[in-house]
Ligand binder design. Structure first.
Ligand code: PSU
Ligand code: MN
Length: 308
């Protein structure tokens, strides 16, 4: 474990005893959902992790201190401050630390910090990816590069169709990031169960995923992506979500939204345009991913052979 990151007593103990731990990101709290649903969801996700036998470690930077394992008050603080907290991806870490300010970590920064702390399973909703027109804008999330280099298993519901999913898929392939499908061969598209794309390998149990992930560590392969389809009862209608996404994209273009603002802007607009329906689906799939991630973390920790 690295001393640079402040790990809560509970998480520290779990690391020492090789107990299962699931890392959780904080940009989803500050920038991914509105208050107070963001805080309620973050707490519910932690409860699901515990119920499934693992220890939750929500990751963020508070007054410059990178932390793994937040208190309820700290989660509440991030949720209330929302967009006033800096959205921190890999490139922001050093400055936010040295300036002693608050930062909510994206998938990329959460992976990096989780790995520093010795945590190797991470649950979230969706990852960032190649945006539409990335061919000319070069707007490709740092999440994809992080997956290529940092040996953490990220459990998500795929990527949102606000992105160019085929380009995102190709990029992962180029970078050598394995994409697994939880009980499916189709890559899910966040609000819907399929994207029309395939995964590299279907995985049918937590034990199988644990074996594969352990092997990926031995081969020094970098990160892995386990995609879990949203449970069918919570999935959205393809036409409703497509329409909302198209409209959100048009508004982003009209308002000339750029850089790190793009994803939070689109997420917010989609919630608005679906009358909050997409938010409910979003919450359900995050809870589902947290349960799957916990089961995999438990399976990984059962094998006492340590590769890291
Ligand atoms: N996609 C979602 N919800 C989210 C995000 C992505 O469905 O909350 C957040 C995650 O923190 C992710 C980040 O790492 O947005 C990606 O931002 P960007 O596209 O600017 O890299
Ligand atoms: Mn971007």
């Amino acid at each position: 474990m690295n001393d640079f990151i402040c790990v809560s007593e509970e998480v520290k103990q779990a690391i020492k005893e090789n107990k299962p731990i699931v890392a959780l990101e904080s940009t989803i709290i500050s920038h991914g959902m509105p208050y107070p649903k963001n805080v309620e969801t973050a707490m519910a996700v932690e409860a699901v992790v515990r119920k499934n036998g693992a220890v939750p470690a929500t990751i963020a930077i508070l007054k410059g201190v990178p932390k793994a394992g937040l208190t309820k008050d700290e989660i509440d603080y991030l949720g209330k401050r929302g967009h006033d907290v800096i959205k921190v991806s890999r490139r922001d870490l050093a400055a936010v630390y040295a300036k002693k300010i608050d930062g909510a970590t994206t998938v990329s920064a959460t992976m990096l910090l989780a790995n520093m702390a010795g945590i190797n399973v991470f649950a979230t909703g969706g990852i960032g990816g190649a945006h539409r027109n990335a061919q000319s804008t070069f707007d490709i999330s740092a999440d994809l590069e992080e997956l290529a280099r940092t040996p953490v298993l990220v459990v998500c519901a795929g990527a949102k169709a606000i992105l160019d999913l085929p380009l995102t898929r190709e990029y992962l392939e180029t970078k050598g990031v394995p994409v697994y499908g939880w009980k499916t061969s189709n890559m899910p598209a966040f609000y819907t169960q399929t994207s029309g794309l395939t995964v590299d390998y279907r995985v049918d149990s937590a034990e199988e995923m644990a074996d594969i992930f352990r092997a990926s560590r031995e081969f020094n392969m970098g990160g892995s992506l386990l995609t879990v389809p949203i449970p069918s009862e919570f999935a959205m209608s393809e036409t409703a979500i497509t329409e909302a996404i198209e409209q959100a994209l048009r508004q982003a273009e009209k308002q000339n939204i750029k850089g790190k603002e793009v994803t939070p802007f689109l997420l917010e607009k989609v919630v608005e345009l679906t009358g909050g329906k997409s938010l409910e689906s979003n919450i359900k799939l995050v809870l589902n991913n947290a349960a799957v991630a916990s089961n995999v973390a438990v399976a990984i920790s059962k094998n006492r052979r340590k590769f890291w």
